[in-house]
Ligand binder design. Structure first.
Ligand code: FEO
Length: 407
């Protein structure tokens, strides 16, 4: 018995020909608990066009899906909207199999692809605003520099009101279903938020500008086809609204307390902060790093108002798991946070000072003095943690822009 690997029709003339990666759990440091998809799209225009490819090991799957519609050798054009390896890894194999007449990418994309692969095929640069005729259809290009790579661009198929959005509006989610209306709402929103938090947060000011620009272009969009996860065809306003909300980074009354512990002293301090935060009016997420992945911390922080970081001092420095998450969060450049830090120590106690310095570099407003406790926190130490938590909770409640007054 042969098993057919089929393309899925997205709309007239457009097919999904990507690959489903059910096993992926680590995407450059991001925990992809539900796997992912690498979406590629086949436009059956007069000039048959492939939009993006897939991660290298999945090339056979993509070519098989294409073959369920048309002989891959009949593809005329390949367009690379984004040169990161999960979308371009299979480009050399695809070029060898298809022998396309032309391959297109943004100006920076053409250079990036040339650096990544020693291709014989010329990559033709296309400019922002340029339109490529596919015969009976057209493909318009919109540069989206630094969303999230310098090369990134959108391709828009006006006759089908379809936006190929590469990583934007995507999520790491392996499913047998291809469309947003076929997936549970809560899964969609969680995974879209996790993707935004871990990939796009640093570029939030550009996201806001892009949303404004695309809104001003009056593009008639009925379908958004990202390079990961389901295709949006049901309620585009929902994902666009979420992007605007996440990019705005308005503080809520949620406090994320991230910490690790050696002998449960810093853990006891974290719990005291948690109780104080709750009393002050915050909602609280305690995230012990023995049980919380850095990418889940980033996701919780996406709509939070406060970040509190706790670490014991080990060998004169920050505990390794805490240093890891701080490095990760610093790179994500979340804005509009208040916070503090805390931790236990034996004899030197540098970690708290080092964390405070990093929080300052992250522009986290120190809303309470750091608390340190030697060896095991006593009642007085825990009371300081509780009071600091309460102060931060009250401040969060006062700053919260969502209008909630839960307590
Ligand atoms: Fe899905 Fe930026 O690659």
């Amino acid at each position: 018995m042969s098993v057919d690997t089929k393309a899925i029709r997205v709309t007239d003339d457009v097919y999904w020909v990507g690959a489903i990666d059910w096993t992926l759990r680590d995407f450059h440091g991001y925990l992809t608990s539900r796997g992912t998809t690498y979406n590629a799209f086949l436009v059956m225009a007069d000039k048959v066009t492939l939009i993006d490819t897939v991660k290298q090991p999945f090339c056979g799957e993509m070519l098989a899906r294409i073959a369920s519609v048309i002989d891959p050798a009949k593809i005329d054009y390949i367009v690379s909207d984004h040169s990161e390896m999960d979308h371009s890894g299979c480009l050399p194999q695809a070029i060898a199999a298809v022998q396309p007449e032309k391959v297109f990418a943004s100006t920076i994309g053409a250079k990036t692809l040339a650096r990544q692969f020693k291709l014989d095929q010329e990559i033709i640069p296309v400019k922002d605003g340029e339109t490529l005729s596919l015969g009976n259809l057209n493909l318009a290009f919109v540069e989206t520099k630094m969303l999230h790579w310098p090369d990134s661009m959108f391709s828009y198929l006006p006759e089908r009101q379809l936006l190929f959005a590469q990583d934007a509006f995507g999520m790491h989610l392996a499913t047998s279903e291809r469309f947003d209306d076929e997936v549970d709402d809560w899964v969609l929103e969680f995974e879209a938020a996790k993707y935004y938090a871990n990939i796009l947060t640093p570029f939030s000011p550009l996201v806001l500008k892009l949303l404004e620009r695309v809104g001003g272009m009056n593009l008639d969009i009925k379908t958004i086809a990202p390079d990961h996860g389901p295709i949006w065809r049901n309620d585009l306003g929902r994902i666009l609204g979420l992007y605007e909300k996440w990019a705005t980074m308005a503080p809520s009354r949620k406090a994320v307390v991230v910490y690790d512990t050696m002998w449960k002293s810093t853990a006891a301090m974290a719990r005291a902060y948690g109780e104080g935060l709750l009393e002050g009016g915050a909602c609280v997420r305690l995230m012990p790093l023995g049980a919380s992945h850095r990418s889940d911390v980033a996701t919780e922080l996406l709509d939070a108002g406060a970040l509190l970081v706790g670490s014991p001092t080990m060998n004169n420095t920050i505990f390794p798991t805490v240093a890891d998450v701080l490095t990760y969060l610093k790179g994500l450049k979340r804005q509009n946070l208040i916070g503090t830090c805390f931790g236990s120590y034996g004899w030197s106690g540098e970690a708290t000072k080092q964390i405070a310095q990093t929080l300052e570099e992250m522009k986290v407003e120190m809303a309470a003095e750091p608390v340190r406790a030697q060896y095991v926190p006593d009642e007085s130490d825990l009371a300081k943690c509780y009071e600091a938590g309460k102060v931060i909770g009250e401040k969060l409640q006062a700053n919260c822009e969502c209008g909630c007054k839960a307590r």
